[in-house]
Design a protein around this ligand. Structure first.
Ligand SMILES: [Zn+2]
Length: 426
């Protein structure tokens, strides 16, 4: 059956005919790609096994990569890429096509990057969301699937913030209006923190709008919008539209340009609580990034409530971690732990993840420093003097408590923020 090359559109009449019947349709009219894909039992079974196993392994993403004879499958679990297996090219292409059709993507346009979404029903009746993105390559089309399992959505208290940071975060999100920036590299839990905050705010007393590209998790009670560049709807257009909907809280997926930054600052100054992400490495760099986008320092400083940054590190497995005594530069004894590996942690030495973070709360002094153009270093220093637990201190704290290892800190926290002479401790 040469169905990949001869797709036909499913007519509404065909759909109605199928809906009216029970069970799979008769062979004579299984002519469309969509219906064949829906009833490709082998693909469905394989996918079901794959997803079940990946969820058990704690995977956040799947990667399908066509090669000359095979399709490679890899997963990302706890932030790390890991090979998962290979399937024949023929079966792999069927699988990718099946997924694309299920996500309403155009299978004829394999030469274009595309994205789509599937609500996938698990064997136990629960659902997860899968977000798909394809990319044309030499050997066909790469397919990346992000698993969005809202059953795992964390509460603010589950992220693992240092108590001081948690209290500060709680304090700033409880304000009725103003701007909160969440910053850090991709894959380090910004979205998790944003949704944990939205979940906290979503108590029925506030009208909450989100503006995302793309929508990550869906949360009951929220008004979630997604930009659609192919239809000419971008961030500033949608954001202006949201402001006319009388929102109490707005979450902006990412501040990418000066126009969005400007509207965000104006909204936060006019009384809405605005949460937004940016890609800066530290809290003070996020402030600088906003100024680079052209926002007026005085308007920005007056609406900014705080900035959160974080890195996710793997947690040492409590069943097998080993203490390691060493001396630091000053000759003082330090205790740290190293991963070992046991059946409880699949012999990886790690189980789960925890955030290493910092929360910059804008005090009147810091507000003045931002207005006056103080350097990042000066602002950081002032915040630490005011009691901020910064990335470096939080990392050290989590090492000493045996929550994570030196290797994890070195991998996730940039050198300038984690300058402890850790290698010596090893
Ligand atoms: Zn273990």
């Amino acid at each position: 059956m040469n169905w990949i090359e001869t797709p036909e559109k499913v007519t509404d009449a065909e759909k109605d005919r199928y809906d009216a019947e029970e069970g799979p349709p008769d062979e004579s009219w299984i002519s469309s790609d969509r219906f064949i894909a829906q009833f490709d039992g082998a693909v469905d079974d394989y996918l079901s096994t794959l997803i079940t196993e990946a969820l058990k392994a704690g995977a956040s993403d799947f990667f399908f990569t066509p090669r000359e004879d095979m399709v490679d499958i890899a997963i990302r679990a706890m932030g790390l890429l890991r090979p998962w297996g290979q399937i024949t090219r023929e079966f792999g292409i069927r699988l990718i096509t099946h997924l694309k059709v299920s996500a309403n993507m155009d299978i004829l346009r394999a030469f274009l990057p595309q994205d789509g979404r599937i609500r996938y029903r698990l064997a136990n009746g629960e659902s997860i969301d899968l977000r798909l993105a394809t990319l044309p390559t030499m050997e066909g089309e790469d397919l990346t699937i992000r698993i969005l399992d809202s059953r795992n959505m964390l509460g603010m208290e589950d992220i693992g913030f240092h108590r001081t940071n948690f209290n500060r975060l709680y304090n700033i999100v409880s304000q009725p209006g103003g701007l909160i920036l969440v910053t850090g590299p991709t894959g380090m839990g910004k979205t998790t923190t944003l949704y944990a905050t939205l979940k906290h705010l979503n108590d029925g007393t506030r009208k909450i709008h989100t503006l995302e590209d793309p929508i990550e998790y869906t949360l009951d009670g929220l008004h979630q919008s997604q930009i659609n560049l192919s239809r000419g709807i971008d961030f500033p257009d949608l954001l202006r539209g949201i402001l006319r909907q009388s929102p109490d809280v707005i979450m902006v997926g990412e501040i990418r340009d000066g126009i969005t930054a400007d509207i965000v600052v104006r909204a936060a100054n006019s009384g809405q609580l605005v949460l937004a992400t940016s890609h800066a490495r530290s809290t003070v760099e996020a402030c600088e990034a906003m100024l680079f986008l052209g926002v007026q320092p005085q308007f920005f400083a007056s609406c900014l409530l705080g900035v959160v940054t974080q890195r996710l590190v793997r947690k040492l497995c409590p069943f097998c971690k080993l203490p390691l005594h060493s001396e630091d530069n000053g000759g003082e004894e330090q205790q740290m732990y190293v991963p070992v590996g046991c059946p409880e942690c699949n012999h990886s030495g790690y189980k789960g993840r925890v955030a290493v973070g910092e929360v910059l709360k804008i005090s009147p002094d810091i507000e003045k420093m931002i207005r006056d153009g103080s350097t990042m270093y000066q602002i950081h220093q002032k915040a630490v003097d005011e009691g901020m637990v910064d990335l470096r201190t939080d990392a050290q704290d989590k090492l000493e408590k045996g929550l994570t290892s030196v290797d994890e800190i070195l991998r996730a926290v940039p050198g300038q923020f984690a300058d402890y002479n850790l290698k010596k401790s090893l």
